[in-house]
Design a protein around this ligand. Structure first.
Ligand code: MRU
Length: 354
């Protein structure tokens, strides 16, 4: 890839370090978190965002909880870790990677029953590093499967940011695009700006520009216009949680795109690691949808857009029913309908190697 590398989440000198995504693309600043409260605040305020990146950050948050603890009794330490998990899980309820990562960290802590309490923090840091490395590896593997779906000359539409910024590295939906481009395929990406947080215009456009990929930034409501004119060959997005039947929760506006894509016979792809698949939830109806501060809708960069006192709603995600999804690109391969049986097979294979 012909882009200068950046890091999204990393551990340095006893702190979880985050590239501050609220400041991009104008400024490259780092936020250092040394307490669970700081990690919780960074996730909630979207200094770090994107389901896999949130999961990795929360894993480091659990390691910090163990480091911060003054408990000498294993049971008391576990209680503190369970409380840290509850705090972190509540920061962003839709992205399952978060609770997936904190559950994994809690399980790792439970496995330290015979380890002196003073060593638990070091064990958990090793586990958090593993969560980060596995996410990076999963994204690299998604690249291989996803890039094959993109033919040279394809015009691809994407929504929100599912790039390296949203993961420990590479990205999900953007990774195959960047790699296909680096391999010499000629691609053009239509980038939805993604109101109201503008992950498309601020973050995806920044990533694609650094990778040298041809792109055009559009308003979210222009997508149908370009599809009707025959200027979109496929849609590819990430996911925050995929239910057992293949229903997909992703950034608000994704469902609208999927309906539009169906109306124009355009394939609609979802790229996500298996850590985003939640087999405990039968369908999208069971996925909790995060409601964010309406001020993110009524205001832009702190400036009011709407009349003072107006009521605004701000669901941050929506659910796309599985019948609108052509395929889900995971690190284990491209999963096609029927998703209930095919996802089960992939998830069983994934848990067998974990
Ligand atoms: O609110 P955000 O920016 O965290 O939402 C991000 C998305 O919806 C992404 O598409 C999703 O997390 C997948 S990122 C690989």
């Amino acid at each position: 890839m012909n882009e200068v590398a950046f890091r999204t989440v990393w551990w340095e000198a006893g702190a979880v370090c985050l590239l501050d995504q609220t400041k991009l693309p104008r400024e490259r600043a780092t936020v250092r978190c040394t307490t669970v409260e700081e990690v919780d605040a960074a996730i909630g305020s979207m200094v770090v965002r994107g389901a896999p990146a949130i999961g990795v950050t929360a894993a480091y948050g659990m390691a910090l909880a163990a480091r911060e603890s003054s408990m000498t009794d294993p049971a008391a330490l576990l209680e503190e870790l369970a409380a840290a998990k509850a705090t972190l899980d509540a920061a962003r309820p839709t992205a399952v990677n978060l609770s997936w990562a904190t559950s994994r960290m809690l399980r790792a802590a439970l496995e330290t029953a015979d380890v002196p309490v003073s060593e638990v923090a070091a064990r958990l840091l090793v586990e958090a590093h593993a969560v980060r490395e596995e996410d990076e590896r999963a994204c690299r593997e998604i690249v291989g499967h996803g890039a094959a779906l993109l033919r040279s000359g394809a015009r691809v539409l994407t929504h929100c940011n599912a790039g390296g910024l949203a993961t420990a590295g590479y990205g999900t939906a953007l990774a195959p695009i960047k790699t296909a481009h680096a391999l010499g395929k000629k691609l053009h990406v239509l980038v939805d700006e993604t109101r109201p947080f503008l992950q498309g215009s601020r973050l995806t456009a920044w990533e694609l520009q650094r990778a040298g990929v041809d792109q055009t930034l559009i308003t979210d409501n222009a997508a149908g216009h370009f599809m009707r004119r025959g200027e979109v060959d496929c849609v590819i997005v990430g996911a925050d949680r995929i239910a057992a039947n293949g229903d997909v929760a992703n950034k608000i506006g994704t469902y609208t795109l999927a309906v539009l894509a169906r109306a124009h016979s355009i394939p609609f792809y979802v790229a996500a690691p298996t850590s985003t698949v939640d087999m405990s939830i039968a369908s999208g109806d069971g996925i909790p949808i995060e409601e964010r501060d309406p001020a993110e809708v009524t205001h832009l960069a702190g400036q009011p857009l709407a009349p003072e006192g107006v009521t605004a709603a701000h669901p941050a995600f929506d659910v796309t029913p599985n019948d609108l999804v052509a395929a889900i690109i995971t690190e284990k391969g491209v999963v096609e309908p029927p998703f209930d049986t095919h996802l089960r097979r992939v998830m069983d294979a994934a848990s067998a190697v974990r």
